[in-house]
Design a protein around this ligand. Structure first.
Ligand code: AMP
Ligand code: ZN
Ligand code: FE
Ligand code: FE
Length: 275
């Protein structure tokens, strides 16, 4: 097989900009042959991408990026190759979606109390089909001219130590790993180079994580070597991808650039006894 492999992308079902079909079309254009859509806490993009992926001969790998909490830190857990119709997984995702809605409302109320006249409906428009989150609130604040830019929204208001911050419903990394495993999938820790300490990493390994995301735009060559070393030392799988979102992030050049070798996907399948 020749063709690139990207196992980390987002659509408008979370905080990405493209529809699943638009994403698949773009994947085709940049030479991707194996693609995983890993929306935050959402797997609705999967079905939608299917038809078009078949037309282009692109293999879609079921994926999701679950937000879990370890102490005060957000740890993103990527899930792959699970059964998308698994009841427990679906119930958990719809529960989390409802919780996110309530939490976003609380954040907007705090902003309103700080004399920022942000309308919740505008935030929902930004979220579209996706599970509403702080990226949508930040985008709405920028569009309404209430902050200068996206990062200022986080720094001044909705970042973890910001005055309008509200925590999400918390699931532990163990829960995330367990939910994915019970749906027949494997889990990897997303972009560990971002904020996952060595301690966190060993905690996750003990919690039963199956792999590490080695290739990611946030990882330079040293980081890639480092995480590859850990994966090999602890017999972990390696995942990777562009974490492509599109839109204002201007990460289009990453799509088709951050890819993983076929071996990595084959190793994931072997772990699950998938032919
Ligand atoms: P949420 O899941 O709603 O708490 O939103 C988390 C997302 O917000 C992360 O995945 C990032 O994309 C974004 N985010 C969090 N903190 C910052 C920050 N300081 N600057 C920019 N984006 C951030
Ligand atoms: Zn995202
Ligand atoms: Fe992430
Ligand atoms: Fe992501």
């Amino acid at each position: 097989m020749t063709g690139k492999i990207d196992l980390h992308t987002h659509t408008y079902y979370s905080d990405g900009v493209l529809s699943p079909r638009e994403l698949v079309l773009r994947a085709h254009e940049v030479g991707i042959k194996v693609l995983s859509i890993t929306d935050h806490d959402n797997i609705d993009g999967l079905v939608e991408a299917d038809d078009m992926a078949k037309d282009f001969g692109i293999e879609i790998i079921p994926g999701v990026e679950l937000s879990s909490t370890l102490g005060t830190k957000d740890i993103h857990i990527l899930g792959y190759m699970f059964d998308p119709s698994n009841r427990k997984l679906r119930d958990t995702l719809s529960f989390l979606k409802k919780e996110r809605l309530i939490r976003a409302e609380r954040i907007v109320r705090k902003l309103n109390n700080m004399d920022l006249p942000l309308d919740f409906d505008i935030v929902l428009e930004h979220a579209g089909m996706g599970a509403v989150g702080r990226p949508h609130i930040a985008a709405a604040l920028v569009d309404e001219g209430l902050t200068r830019n996206y990062s200022e929204a986080f720094e001044a208001y909705i970042g973890e130590s910001g005055p309008a911050f509200e925590p999400k419903y918390k699931i532990s990394p163990e829960d995330a790993v367990e939910i994915i495993a019970s749906a027949g999938g494997i889990s990897t820790v997303a972009h560990p180079g971002w904020y996952v300490s060595e301690n966190d990493l060993s905690y996750l390994i003990r919690a039963g994580i199956d792999g590490i995301e080695v290739i990611h735009p946030a990882h330079d060559d040293n980081r890639v070597r480092y995480f590859r070393g850990i994966a090999s030392e602890y017999f972990l799988l390696e995942s990777g991808g562009s974490d492509f979102h599109g839109g204002k992030r201007n990460d289009y050049p990453n799509f088709g650039t951050y890819t993983i070798p076929l071996d990595a996907v084959q190793a994931m399948k072997r772990r699950l006894f998938i032919q």
